[in-house]
Design a protein around this ligand. Sequence first.
Ligand code: NAD
Ligand code: USQ
Length: 397
Amino acid sequence: MKIAVLGGDGFCGWPAALHLSDLGHDVLIVDNLSRRRIDEELGASSLTPIASPQERVAAWQEVSGRRIGLELLDVAQDYEGLVELLLRERPDALVHFAEQRAAPYSMKSPAHKRYTVDNNVNATHNVLCALVETGLDAHLVHLGTMGVYGYGTAGMKIPEGYLDVEVTTQTGERIPQQMLYPSNPGSIYHMTKCLDQQLFAYYAKNDRLRITDLHQGIIWGTHTQQTLRDERLINRFDYDGDYGTVLNRFLMQAAVGYPLTVHGTGGQTRAFIHIRDMVRCVQIALENPPAGGDRVKIFNQMTETHRVRDLAELVARISGATVELVPNPRHEAAENELHVSNDTFLDLGLQPTLLEEGLLREVEDVARRYADRADLGKIPCTSVWTREQQPGVPTSR
Ligand code: NAD
Ligand code: USQ
């Protein structure tokens, strides 16, 4: 297949592009490098030393003999460029990672909220509109989030995208129906993924676009088989208070001797998946496109659920780190249960990398190895969710 990987310079996009190229697909990375510019804005950088996108694709060609194309394009801003690219390249599939993906970054200020909505919603809508305009029958695989569901389900297992309901008609007849699971976002970032869902539903219904939406949990880990093949192929590892996700932050904090920063009581339960499983899931989704028709195919892309305080205790046990309960900068439930159905990927052959197997290796191979590059001042989470949490704003109005 010819596959365009939108956002292919990012944490998920780069290893996915390498994995797909390694399988023999013709891969084209499309990225505007906004993530690298955000590093500069925040004065933070990846714990691992990442090469420039040009060096990355040149190194991959040297190591594997395979060429990955690189197109620097803003999917949200340059609609004409996107249409021109699709007409020129005529991809069989697009994998869409090209969004601002950090919840804390999306909550930093009015400007960050507006940027996140403008960038994410426009990027998704431009891709959908361009597919219709060009008439390409390419399969669109989008990276969504488990966060569209919210994290509390009163004991029910979260289904893969659609909820079974029963409606009572005017004549009292009870009719079973399915609806998109009601969305319940916990940040402006997560809200953009809920808006994406509506765009997908509409374009699948109206234009019969073939769309798969992967509701992905929190990624942990860094390396894949391909990124390990040369130092210049190394993946990024975010640990700062905006972009670092919880488990990778704990692994890095353990490596540098920083107390593990558990928000609140740590009773938040979240879904997780290793980065090696993420690239396999993207492959499986591409190999199993929806037949067409008017419904978006939705997979829950996660393999385990854990409470934040349990993760901290696990990391502390294997590394000797200490755990600290810090005030929660977010507006989220202090404690929640989370049960998730992920049968589709398991039935299609995914063999999950479990936390217990990979954690220690990750601390040794990545977090300790690059610990001297860490800037400890970037660890605290300074982005707060509500006005009341801002310094100087009274707690009650
Ligand atoms: P990332 O920020 O590392 O990568 C996103 C890439 O997209 C960056 O290279 C960025 O430059 C590019 N990009 C952003 N806006 C663009 C635009 N308008 N035009 C072109 N390129 C643009 O993020 P990531 O962790 O790789 O996440 C990728 C996707 O996966 C996101 O959509 C995110 O919501 C989803 N996801 C990530 C995680 C996770 O834990 N990292 C979990 C669930 C879902
Ligand atoms: N948390 C801590 N301590 C920390 C950092 C985070 O206790 O030092 C807590 C947070 O308060 C939250 C949980 O850990 O309760 C998860 O936070 P996170 O930053 O790891 O994950 P999140 O903000 O949900 O976002 C990440 C990705 C996002 C993706 C989402 C999947 O950045 O792109 O969509 O995970 S999910 O969480 O399933 O919605």
